[in-house]
Structures are given as C-alpha cells and as structure tokens.
Write a new protein. Structure first.
Length: 595
C-alpha cells in the first residue's frame, strides 16, 4: 500500500502485487514537524504501538491526518470563522445588485419564462412573439394558456428557478429570476469547503478551495443568471459530497467489523471480509444524480464517472483492510451498490417528470393516443393510461435526443472543448455600450461606458488549473491517491464527453459537430478547484518532514490564492454588468478570442 508521509492511506486503485497485513503499523511520522496553520496535526506515534486493532485499521483506511482533523479547539475555531468569512465573500459577490442587468440575458429568455409558466400552469407554455420587453417590464402572464412549448431539457432546473420566484413573490423583478441560482452558488462554495477539508485533512485547504470557487468568474456569472447549468453543477457536487461521506462511513464501519473479527480470533476475514450494512450515503448520491439528470442529460456522464470511483474506492478499502480476496469481495459489494443506485437514479429521473404526467396540457402528453399507439396485448387493460403516458414520454425523449445530437448552427460564441480548460472562447451573455450621460454612464464621464456579463472563468484560476491537471494526474496514478482521482474524475466527466460532438471526433463517429459553448464548463469548475488544492496537499505531504520547505509551500499557496482573488476583483465588473469605462472593459480582453 502506498501512503503519504502524513500517514494517509492513499491507495485506492487495486494492485494485485500488494496485500498489506491488517495489523501492520504505518510508517512513522516526524512528531516534531509543526503543522501548517489550519491543518490537522498528525499525532505522534508511541514507540511501542499499543493501540487497538480498530485504531490501527482506522489509520490505515482513513489516514492520521483525517483522524486528527477537528480534534483541537483552535482548528475548530478557524474552521468556523474561516467558513463564515469565505461564504460571506461568496454571498456578497453573488447577491450584490443581483437584478443587474434588468433584462433577460442569453438563455434566460427560455428558462426563466419556462420556469414561470411551470409555476403558474404546471407546464411550459408557449409565449407570443417578442415577449421579453413586456416580461422585463412586469407583464409576466402573457403566455398562451392552453398551448404548450416544445422544450428540450428536463424540468428540474426550471422548477428550481420557479421555486425561487414563488418564494420571493413573483417574477416582476430580475433578482427574483436569479435568486435560486445565487443561493445554489453560495451553497456550492460551502460544499466545496466541507469536501476539501474532509478529503485533504486540512482546514486551511478547505478554506482555500472555497475561496477559489467564490472568486471564479464562471461560478459568479452562473450564480447571477437563471440558466440550467448552475443547477446541474450543484446536484453533481452534492452527489460527490455524498460519495465522499460514504467512503469515510464505509471505511469506519469496515475497520470496526474487521477489528472485531481479528480480536475474536476469526481468520475468515483474511479471505472474505464482513458486510457493513446499507449504504445510505450512496442512496443519497443516487437521488442527487437522478436530479442532475433531471436538469440536463449530461448528468449521465457523472453517473458513469462516479460509478467507477465507487468501484475503485470499494476495492481499495477491502485491500487496505487486509482481505486476501479483496477483488471478489469488493466486486460483490459493487454489484449490490449497482442494484440499488441505478434503479434509484432511473426512478428519481422519471419522478422529475411528475408535472408532465399529471398535466394533460404538457407538450406531447397525449401523443400515443393521438397517433394510435395502443398497448400490446399482454399489457393489462386497466393500466392503458400508464402505457400511453410512458409511450408519449418515450417519443418526446426521442425528439429531444434528435435535437441535441443534430444541433448544428453557426454561433459567434461556439467553442471547441479543447479551449474550455483555458477559457479560450468565453460566452458573452450580455453587452451594451453607452455614450457619456446615456443609460448608466455618468453624465460627467469623458468616454463611453460598457456593461457586460461575460461568462469567463477567473483567468488566473483556470490557467493554473490547466497547468496542474497533468501534475495531478501523475500524482494520483503514481501514488494511487484517491484524493486526486475524485476531482480528476469530476473534471473528466464534465469535459471529455463533449469532444464527441466536436471536430474531428464527431466526423469519425459519423455524427455532426454540434454547437457547444464554454459556459458548459461550470459543471466541472468545483472539481478543477479541488484538483488545484489536491496538488497543494500532495506537496505539503511530500515536505512533511522538512518544515522550511513545508512553510515555503504554504506561503506560495497563499500568494497564488491572493493573486487569484486580485484577478477576481479586477474582472468582477464584467461578470456582473457593472458600468465601467469602455477602455477598462477593452483592457480586460487579454486575448482577441475574448471579444
């Protein structure tokens, strides 16, 4: 088993050549090495290891740093104060003048109005020609009652936008269109803090991760607009958080049960391990993934990616616990998990269409009956309504699939996925230019003003992330480190599948290169942040026994974070439609492709 110098059990990918002895002690740590502020100190180990079997197993399965996290009053205090500070920064960045601009920007023209008609009628209604000016002026009920709109995305994201509008009293103010996105964006920062702290065993690294997401442009822009991708990101992140919790819960339970068998003199555990009970956190992850798919179908890529993580994490746990036939033993647990999670995801996804089922005015709701698609003879007659509804939904999904796989139109902000990781071609959601004294431009201004909402990630963060991806991949493979595999899988699931819809891969697969945008990258933005922080954690582990080098790593990480925050402050106006001098806006267009 490979371990970090902090004692964390890093191995999670099976290695048939290595079978650790269950009772073996971990490599000794340096008891004199001072911890980086905010990090959980690795407790010194006694010369004679007289700890219980359970404690030794826990250290092998979770790592000394994770077990020491939050055990001191100082660490808990900094965790509380730091979390409140970072979440407050995130909240201010997302809520300040949320109603600006007072217009439907980019695809808000679809999702905000669809959400409002869902909340009002129970289905997405069609709207008259050019409805936006009236909607923006407060006439939010000009939809065509009795006529459904053809929509190409499932309803969860639109229901969440609708919930925000309902809870704030209507759709008569732009901030009400966006409040759900803002709240979800703030919660995402909180989730990243908790995930990173638990994964890396450092309070300071958890706060660093949260702060990086708090000042990212993609995260801020999507938190201030009513688009679907924000909600896809949120439910994917919730699912990942549940799996991280499940990993820890499962290893704690496994340590307890294996220790009990060893202490009782049973040798059976060395061949096959004990069952550890129902995995409630995995059920919660499955529900979250079902909701993610209920926002956009691209949530399916995370079902596959996270499923692979569960396989490797389970096999690694069984091996690290000293179970000889850990491959077979872990495979059985994976099979049980699949039998629980996959049907749950399907059931939750279908349940997200409940409004479509119960409202006969929904688009294509009666397609089967209108087109004479009767149930087969073996189907019970009393359930013909169920067949008709299911057949209609199936045909609707076929049309949606055809739309998504054949969408081919020229768009000025179409961006090849290879550019996403460096934000090479950001999407302009909104842009206006005013002369002095016009619109928001101050009367005394000496030059034109610009107002922009540009879905551009924080350049310092994304360029650093692109540089660290390869480093993180090498570290995760060489060290077989689960802390790297999780974030990297999140990036891969949110990014790599889109290459199949772009040139030249689309042509090789017999398809078309469809229109895709850089702003889709918001779904893996939190995982890119976690990847950066993972590299910092790995460097801190590597310098565990070299205090000067460890302090240097801490200082460098602090300076880099400060630079990213500074860049975020610089770009904040063009993420949030603040009126700025035209030259200021133009000066931030560092690359020609950003215009």
């Amino acid at each position: 088993m490979t371990t970090t110098s902090s004692g964390a059990a890093a191995a999670d990918t099976p290695d048939a050549t290595e079978r650790p002895d269950t009772a073996a002690a971990l490599p000794p740590e340096n008891p004199d090495a001072p911890p980086v502020p905010g990090g959980a100190p690795a407790p010194p180990r006694p010369a004679a290891d007289d700890r219980s079997t359970r404690d030794r197993l826990l250290e092998k399965l979770l790592g000394a740093r994770r077990l020491g996290l939050g055990t001191t009053a100082r660490d808990r205090m900094w965790d509380l104060i730091g979390t409140l500070a970072v979440v407050t920064i995130a909240a201010v960045a997302r809520l300040w003048e949320l109603g600006r601009p007072a217009k439907l920007v980019f695809d808000e023209t679809y999702y905000v109005k669809e959400g409002w008609s869902l909340a009002s009628l129970g289905y997405e209604a069609a709207w008259p020609e050019e409805p936006n000016p009236a909607f923006e002026a407060g006439d939010v009920s000009s939809y065509k009652t009795g006529e459904a709109e053809y929509v190409v995305h499932p309803p969860v994201g639109k229901w969440m936008i609708a919930l925000g509008m309902r809870l704030t009293g209507g759709a008569d103010d732009p901030w009400k269109w966006r409040i759900a996105s803002a709240v979800v964006g703030i919660l995402a920062v909180l989730l990243v803090i908790r995930i990173a702290r638990r994964m890396f065993g450092w309070t300071s690294l958890g706060l660093m991760a949260g702060l990086l997401l708090a000042v990212d442009g993609e995260a801020i822009v999507h938190s201030r607009t009513g688009l679907l991708d924000q909600f896809l990101m949120f439910w994917v992140l919730v699912a990942f958080a549940c799996l991280v919790m499940d990993r820890e819960w499962g290893r704690r339970r496994l340590a307890e049960r294996v220790a009990h068998l060893i202490d009782s003199g049973s040798e059976a555990v060395m061949t096959y391990g004990p069952r550890i009970g129902f995995r409630w956190w995995r059920l919660a992850a499955a529900v979250s993934l079902g909701l993610a798919c209920g926002v956009k179908w691209s949530g399916l890529y995370f079902v596959l990616g996270f499923g692979l993580l569960v396989v490797f994490w389970d096999l690694g746990a069984r091996r690290d616990a000293g179970i000889r036939r850990w491959v077979e033993d872990g495979a059985l647990g994976v099979l049980v998990t699949a039998l629980v999670m996959l049907p749950t995801i399907v059931v939750v996804y279908i349940a997200t269409w409940t409004g479509w089922f119960v409202n006969r005015m929904s688009y294509m709701r009666d397609w089967a009956e209108v087109n004479g698609q009767t149930a087969p003879g073996w189907f019970p007659g009393w359930a013909d309504g169920v067949w008709n509804a299911g057949r209609s939904l199936g045909e609707y999904h076929k049309q949606m699939w055809d739309f998504h796989t054949s969408l081919e139109s020229d768009h000025s902000y179409d961006a090849h996925p290879v550019n996403w990781i460096v934000q090479g071609r950001p999407t302009s959601f909104f842009w206006e230019k005013f002369t002095p004294g016009q619109g928001p431009c101050p009367p005394g201004a000496t030059q034109d003003c610009a107002v922009a909402v540009t879905s551009l990630g924080n350049p310092a963060l994304w360029w650093l992330g692109a540089a660290t991806l390869l480093v993180a991949l090498v570290l995760a493979l060489v060290k077989r480190d689960w802390r790297g595999s999780g974030p990297l899988m999140g990036v891969a699931a949110g990014w790599l599948p889109w290459f199949q819809y772009s040139w030249p891969i689309a042509g090789l697969l017999g398809g078309v290169a469809r229109t895709i945008f850089t702003f889709y990258s918001i779904v893996f933005a939190p995982f890119l942040v976690l990847t950066i922080v993972y590299v910092v954690a790995a460097l801190l582990d590597y310098t565990e026994n070299d205090p000067p080098a460890k302090r240097a790593i801490g200082w460098v990480a602090g300076v880099v974070t400060a630079v990213i925050v500074g860049v975020g402050v610089l770009f904040y106006p063009i993420w949030t439609a603040m009126p700025v001098p035209y030259d200021y806006w133009h000066g931030l267009m560092w690359l020609p492709s950003w215009i």
